[in-house]
Design a protein around this ligand. Structure first.
Ligand SMILES: [Zn+2]
Length: 100
């Protein structure tokens, strides 16, 4: 049931319990930070959709909505929702998002 939330090693694909960690298979260190923006979208549902796709492929993803920080200024079309992944997942995340 928790299949959506498993994390894969960005190097060898081994299943990891949580980040940061050292991969038990390839021995590489997988840091959780820094986080990097992989995509900017204008709607939260789109961000959540992409976030869900990344997570279902073992990539830890997070959404940062401007609405969270600047609640006063969300009027109009300027709202930007940013999709973040840990920097070590940049490549697989970009590859995945490009395929969509
Ligand atoms: Zn590994």
């Amino acid at each position: 049931m928790a299949a959506m939330e498993t994390v894969s090693c960005p190097y060898c694909g081994a299943e990891l319990e949580e980040l940061p960690t050292q991969c038990p298979l390839c021995g590489r260190c997988i840091p959780l930070e820094p986080w990097e923006v992989v995509r900017e979208v204008s709607t939260e549902w789109e961000a959540e959709l992409l976030c869900g796709v990344l997570r279902s492929h073992g990539i830890p993803a997070q959404i940062l909505s401007q609405r969270d920080s600047t609640r006063m200024f969300t009027v109009g079309a300027l709202a930007v929702v940013k999709l973040f992944v840990p920097a070590v997942y940049r490549e697989p995340a970009h590859r995945l998002l490009k395929e969509l």
